[in-house]
Design a protein around this ligand. Sequence first.
Ligand code: ADP
Length: 484
Amino acid sequence: LKSLLDDPTLLETRAYVGGTWVEGEGGTFDVTNPARGDVIAQVADLSRAQVAEAIAAAEAAQKDWAARTGKERAAVMRKWFDLMMQNAQDLGRILTAEQGKPLAEAVGEIAYGASFVEFFGEEAKRVYGEMIPGHQRDKRIMVLKQPIGVAASITPWNFPNAMITRKAAPALAAGCTFVARPAAETPLSAIALAVLAERAGIPAGVFNVVPSSRASEIGKEFCENPAVRKLSFTGSTEVGRILLRQAADQIKKCSMELGGNAPFIVFDDADLDAAVEGAMMCKFRNAGQTCVCANRIYVQAGVYDAFAEKLAAAVNKLRVGDGLEEGVTTGPLINREAVEKVLEHLGDVTAKGGQVLTGGKPHALGGTFFEPTIVTGVTQDMKVAREETFGPLAPLFRFEDVDEVIEMANDTIFGLAAYFYARDLSRVYKVAEALEYGIVGVNTGIISTELGPFGGVKQSGLGREGSHYGIDEYLELKYVCLSV
Ligand code: ADP
């Protein structure tokens, strides 16, 4: 992997704690390339005590970082952003090697991840308080916004760069300091971010990266260490519940970006070609491994067959392979369990009467490659209706009318993203308002941008990331009552 990089020093395997590079007390853990199955790096495996040290370093750095003006913090963050963009190709190569997504997608993620650093750096200057007219003649009500303190994150492997910057950027902009524990599958992208943070002049202790194979111990340290005032998690609803329970003892502020079960609805007045294009991006990006990927595709009866045919034609053009190879559109799944999950959902569909339209089995390349797959005749009693597949399986449900599909779409404990294609204006309004989701894409399959507030309702999470709302997650309000 080093030989592929223009700047091999970006491939660092140590942890970054308090501005220094440290080895792990627990030795190292292996990072594997999911496309080839070979070990590409051995990364410092930090103990719980070392993570406590990182938290202490973040605490020690916080007051001075917060005392800087927003403009000063913005200037350093801008440098960090510029370095990310200048090194986007190398960061993309590292990301593809550890995560599997095609290089073009990986470089796209770097730009997306960097955009949060750019945006929130700018927002650092706009953390406005408020003066509220008093309740008595001599009183003035002043509202200050102050950084919460030390923030910690736990993130998954599907977006090894952007899931961290989405949290770290608003935290740093607000004047918080940060400790990131990346997923053990994909720590290299996170560590590379720390290399660039150091180069950008982010002060020691402000941004720390603590790779560790001990997920649950680190989770406990984040929840039990009183210096951590904020925990931001992206991952499964199951682990989110555990962390919320643990965080309850210290009434810790939490942001949770949890699982989804996104419906993607195609109405009979939709532009079918646009709907196919949107479904392809929404379903097959990152081999179906995103929390906003379409999980259930509902197609109105009148256009069901035509949509299925067009979607199959598009799916058959995908090229599965090693993401570092030219022309590959679809990489491997992250691991064996991911393949098992797809097979389980697929088996359940066919056992209950659904049909495979295209794909339908592990790919001839072997390993964790899987054929992009479409199944038809899918119904609400099948597993895919309730659980996130997190793989390249597109299940097509048939529906007759608007009220029926809204009910089916909302019939889930999740509420992250939903999508629909329609042209009738009143239908567009009605459906957008009726879907119980934090994010609704109308006539588009891609909703992610640093400018919009990303987040879920119901059991998909708490809080929002991105947009001016995103920084509020790292700020406390203080009400000062002034007698004049
Ligand atoms: P995914 O299926 O996307 O990996 P998980 O919720 O299992 O979702 O994992 C998300 C992140 O949470 C990963 O970095 C994982 O290591 C971490 N994690 C898993 N279990 C725990 C736990 N009990 N406490 C803290 N972190 C955990």
